[in-house]
Structures are given as structure tokens and as C-alpha cells.
Design a protein around this ligand. Structure first.
Ligand code: FAD
Length: 354
């Protein structure tokens, strides 16, 4: 039975929790639980924590591959972001926004305050991971893809794709995007698996380009522009990494996010031709005869599950047999939603109200 209600959780029985996924939601959930003495073990298939807040580090530049910036609406998240600012892993990014179409560039500034990880987006999740790792009751195991769950008398066991078994744990939290969570749950909790199925995901190609020199100035556009929303069938947004706090001395580097419809239609394309198409789309928005500096590197990353097709409203889901789901898809589609979802599930497992 689905039990998203905190009153029904078997609180006194929860001593150990496995969290699959060390993106922001999994880390936020782990932080709540570990701070109260629960034994927490996080697992992520990637080489580093961060998930869709990850960044690519190159010799000359650092590129944000997923989230480019985030805004803050919720008061508890605002307090957390203030903590991160003090810790030095987050900074305000006073974004200078434009909108570009075939008819040119127009200023598109809104009144939204934006933040970004400093000196890269993944600094936020790296900070959370380091804080957790410093606790005696928390571990983060990377490069470990959890392939299956198993219920034994003592609790839940996790089977990784190298053949190792982890656990047992009283509760397993899955913070992976719903299609990946569903694969793990289907055998054990059809209701939760069905809830994942109701959360289809959109893909997104994220390209990057590093230039030897700054882009030439454009008439009527401030030289320090940060982000442009593109009205273009291929390109959705271009964002200048080197304008972000802590990267002022890096060469010009731009993240190029594709339109979601175009991404879904081209999700199986190869990354080289996708990167080229994203660059061409960007160039098509520049004034004719713009002479681009030499390119140091061009590439693209495929996010197969970039964001939910529709915003969620439940924050997290839980079943009475000790399986739980969190992640941005259950709350919305943004960084703040991911943090709130994980934090609220952690509190619910502890019997705390928000
Ligand atoms: C291109 C792009 C641009 C974005 N831009 C913005 C933006 O500007 N502002 C904003 O607020 N938000 C933005 N977002 C959304 C934001 O990045 C997400 O909301 C947030 O990072 C989601 O965090 P999460 O913890 O829910 O999921 P994830 O970050 O996806 O974390 C899930 C983790 O689970 C791991 N995992 C999955 N399956 C397994 C398994 N079987 N075993 C082990 N590990 C597993 C994955 O490796 C991953 O690390 C953007 C996202 C993308 C992709």
C-alpha cells in the first residue's frame, strides 16, 4: 500500500537506510537521517556525486552540464542556500539575460535572484557529500550501479552490477529518476513502480564549447551577457560558464542546452554531431559575419532523463514495506524541488513534520 503519510512510518524500526543516488535529493535525505544518528549508506553509479548538478572539469575551464543556476522560493531552502554561501560552495550569479531570435537579441532580465555552485555547480553536492562522509555513521560508495533489490529476514539487500551485495538495511530510498527507480521496484512494490510510470521524463542534450578568446562584442548587447534564451528549433539556452563566480580567469566557455522536443527526437544521435548542431544553432543567432575565436573543445552530453514531463506534487512516496522514493520529479523539476523532496522524505522517516 502507498503511504506518503509520515504518521504511518515505522520510525522506531528505522536504524539503517540505503539511498540509491547521490544527487541533491539523495544527499539531502541522507543529511537529515545521518544527523539523527541513523546509519546511512549512499550509492551512486557515477564517478562523483551530483547527478544532474554535475560539472565537467577540463584543464582550462569548468562547464556546468546539467543545472546552470537555481532560484529560491521556499524559506527552508533559502536558509540552506545561505549556509552553503557561508561554506563558500554557492554564490549569487547576477545573471544578465537576453532572448535571441532571428530578429536579434533583446534584454530579457527578470527580477529573479539566481545562485550557482562556486566555483562550479557540482561544488554544492561535493560539499554535501564531504559533510556526510565526515560523519561516522554515513558512507558514500561511488561507481556502484545498484542493479536489483532483495528482501531477506533482516531487511533489504542491494545487489550491484559487479556482483557485490550491500546491506541489510531497514529502508531503501531510491532517488534515481523515476524510470530508473521503476526498474528496481517493479518486482517488490508494483504501486510505487506504477507511480514512477506516471512520471515520464524528457531528455535533454547539453553541449559545451570552449574558445581560445572571448566572443567578439555584439552591437546593443552588453559584453558581459551571461545567458541567452534562444527561440530556435534546436537550441533552448546558452549560458557562459566563465561569467560565473570563481571562474573569472577561465577562457570563454558556453553551455548549450537543446530544446526538449528536439532532444527527445534526437536522443539516440551521437554526441559529436549533436555538439556540432548545437554550435551551429548558436552561431545562427549571432550577427552575420561574426568571427568566432578558435575552438579548444566542443562536446555534448546526453541526459536521457533530464526533467519530468509534468511537475509533481507529492514530494516523496513511501510504502510500508520499507521502500521510498524521492527526487525532483515528485515535487517539480528544479534544484530546489530536488532538495525539498529529499529533505522532506528524511524528516518524514524521522517522524518530523516540515
Ligand atoms: C540540462 C539540465 C539543465 C537543468 N537546469 C536547471 C536549472 O537551470 N535550474 C534548476 O533549478 N534545475 C535545473 N535542472 C534540474 C536539476 O538539475 C534537477 O532538478 C536536480 O539536479 C535533480 O536532483 P535529483 O537528486 O532529484 O536527481 P539526480 O541529480 O538525477 O540524481 C540521481 C542520481 O541517481 C544515480 N543513479 C540512478 N540510478 C542508479 C542506480 N541504479 N544505482 C546507483 N545510482 C543510480 C544517478 O547517477 C544520479 O547521480 C536541470 C537539469 C538538466 C538535466
Amino acid at each position: 500500500m502507498l503511504e506518503p503519510l509520515r504518521e504511518s512510518l515505522p520510525l522506531s524500526d528505522v536504524h539503517s537506510v540505503a539511498i540509491i543516488g547521490a544527487g541533491l535529493s539523495g544527499l539531502a535525505c541522507g543529511q537529515q537521517l545521518a544527523a539523527q544518528g541513523i546509519r546511512v549508506a549512499l550509492f551512486d553509479k557515477a564517478r562523483g556525486p551530483g547527478g544532474r548538478m554535475s560539472s565537467k572539469r577540463r584543464l582550462s575551464a569548468t562547464l556546468d552540464l546539467g543545472a546552470q543556476a537555481f532560484s529560491v522560493r521556499n524559506e527552508r531552502f533559502a536558509n540552506k542556500v545561505a549556509e552553503w554561501q557561508v561554506a563558500g560552495c554557492v554564490a549569487r550569479w547576477p545573471t544578465s539575460l537576453y532572448q535571441a531570435s532571428a530578429s536579434g537579441w533583446q534584454i530579457h532580465n527578470d527580477d529573479q535572484l539566481r545562485y550557482t555552485g562556486a566555483p562550479r555547480m557540482s561544488a554544492v553536492t561535493r560539499h554535501l557529500a564531504n559533510t556526510l562522509n565526515a560523519l561516522p555513521n554515513a558512507t558514500i560508495t561511488l561507481e556502484t550501479h545498484i542493479a536489483a533489490l532483495d528482501k531477506v529476514a533482516a531487511g533489504w539487500q542491494l545487489h550491484d552490477s559487479h556482483g557485490s551485495i550491500h546491506g541489510p538495511f531497514d529502508v531503501v530510498v531510491i532517488s534515481a529518476p523515476p524510470p530508473q527507480a521503476k526498474a528496481l521496484l517493479a518486482e517488490w512494490e508494483p504501486t510505487l513502480a506504477a507511480a514512477c510510470e506516471e512520471k515520464p521524463q524528457r531528455g535533454c542534450w547539453a553541449g559545451w564549447v570552449i574558445f581560445e578568446e572571448p566572443l567578439p562584442p555584439m552591437a546593443k548587447v552588453v559584453a558581459t551577457w551571461h545567458t541567452v534564451h534562444a527561440q530556435h528549433p534546436v537550441l533552448r539556452l546558452a549560458s557562459r560558464n566563465h561569467t560565473k563566480p570563481g571562474r573569472e580567469h577561465q577562457p570563454e566557455s558556453i553551455s548549450l542546452l537543446a530544446q526538449l522536443d528536439w532532444s527527445d527526437a534526437h536522443i539516440e544521435s551521437d554526441s559529436e554531431s549533436t555538439a556540432q548542431q548545437l554550435l551551429e544553432a548558436f552561431i545562427s543567432l549571432l550577427p552575420d559575419n561574426t568571427k568566432l575565436p578558435n575552438i579548444i573543445e566542443l562536446g555534448a552530453h546526453r541526459w536521457r532523463y533530464a526533467q519530468p514531463a509534468q511537475a509533481g506534487y507529492q514530494s516523496y512516496l513511501y510504502s510500508t514495506n520499507g521502500l521510498a522514493l524521492c527526487g525532483d520529479s515528485f515535487k517539480g523539476s528544479r534544484v530546489e524541488d530536488a532538495w525539498l523532496s529529499g529533505d522532506e522524505l528524511g524528516r518524514a522517516l524521522l517522524g518530523q513534520s516540515v
